[in-house]
Design a protein. Structure first.
Length: 332
């Protein structure tokens, strides 16, 4: 008995330590989740304007954004300030992308891009199953005090995040995406920010709107589909669930050269993967198949049963590869 007593005490202490540790981790997870709940809606519900820098790998660009939310309606203008000029103007579900150097306007009636900034969580349901969440320290970003929230992946199928949140408004001020070694892959950070509606309504109007008669206009429409009987997904990485399936129609003016693209979106609530499938066209004959990666962005291209399959997302290369290798034409 006297030999068993120290062993039993040691086990009890060890179990007690694990319970306390588990309780602490659960408390940290819940605290971080409450911050994320505020963060998730703030960028869409508030009016704000500012300048931010986006970095991916060794590439970076500076952009200006104006976002106006009023009476349930949202209008946003995003202007890229570096390199080739580009503007994206979003009015609720309509997205207009202006490319002035090529005099091209792309109009999408149903936006499929993730809300700005794309590093925000799209859904909090089940997020804790795949990420450990905890509150970190405080830091000053763009003149605002911020609270740091850390999300660490529980497996190798996704990247980690570090978020800087304005406690007063809930707006995301900065975000880093990190690999398994904690190295920076992608970042977004405001360098200056004003919260509140702009003084002029013209702030959300495109600089090129008056010139559109001289531009080539391409319409990109999409409609939701339940599934497509021609394709099957044999393997999906754990935690990634289908969020959308749609048929996208991209056309020149008056419906010329229209072609349809199947588009699926998968997400774990934070990371997103897009899958595009369309029949091979003459201009696709020289397509370069294989895997590509830049910073946090990974992409795989395959040819399957006379179709081009493209899988891309802000996930490790192994994740897009697993998605791509599991896509098959039914009956093959």
């Amino acid at each position: 008995m006297r030999f068993l007593l120290p062993v039993c005490l040691g086990l009890a202490i060890g179990l007690g330590g694990q319970t306390a540790s588990a309780q602490t981790a659960a408390g940290q997870q819940q605290d971080a989740l409450q911050w994320l709940q505020r963060l998730a809606g703030a960028a869409q519900k508030l009016s704000y304007s500012g300048t931010f820098v986006y970095r991916n790998g060794d590439q970076s660009e500076t952009s200006r954004i104006v976002h106006v939310a009023s009476n349930g309606s949202q209008t946003e203008k995003l202007e890229v300030l570096d390199g080739s000029p580009r503007e994206i103007v979003t009015q609720n579900d309509e997205v207009r992308c202006y490319l002035p150097e090529s005099k091209l306007l792309i109009v999408e009636q149903r936006g499929t891009r993730r809300p700005f900034p794309a590093l925000l969580p799209a859904s909090l349901a089940g997020l804790g199953d795949y990420y450990g969440m905890r509150k970190g320290g405080r830091a000053r970003i763009a003149g605002f005090d911020s609270q740091i929230i850390r999300l660490d992946p529980r497996d190798a199928w996704r990247y980690g995040r570090q978020l800087w949140v304005d406690p007063a408004s809930g707006l995301l001020l900065k975000a880093d995406m990190l690999n398994e070694r904690g190295e920076l892959l992608e970042s977004f950070a405001f360098t200056e920010l004003q919260i509140g509606e702009p003084a002029s309504p013209d702030a959300v109007k495109s600089s090129y709107a008056g010139q559109k008669d001289a531009w080539q206009v391409r319409q990109a429409r999409s409609r939701d589909i339940r599934d497509d009987a021609r394709w099957t997904f044999r393997v999906e990485p754990p935690g990634f669930r289908r969020q959308a399936a749609m048929l996208r129609n991209i056309a020149q003016d008056a419906g010329k050269d229209a072609h349809e693209v199947l588009h699926w979106v998968y997400s774990d609530g934070l990371a997103a993967v897009s899958i595009f499938i369309h029949p091979l066209r003459p201009q696709d004959e020289a397509i370069e198949v294989g895997a590509h990666a830049l910073g946090a962005f990974s992409m795989v291209k395959r040819i399957v049963d006379g179709h081009q399959v493209v899988v891309m997302g802000d996930v490790p290369p192994a994740t897009v590869k697993r998605f791509a290798e599991g896509i098959e034409a039914r009956g093959k």
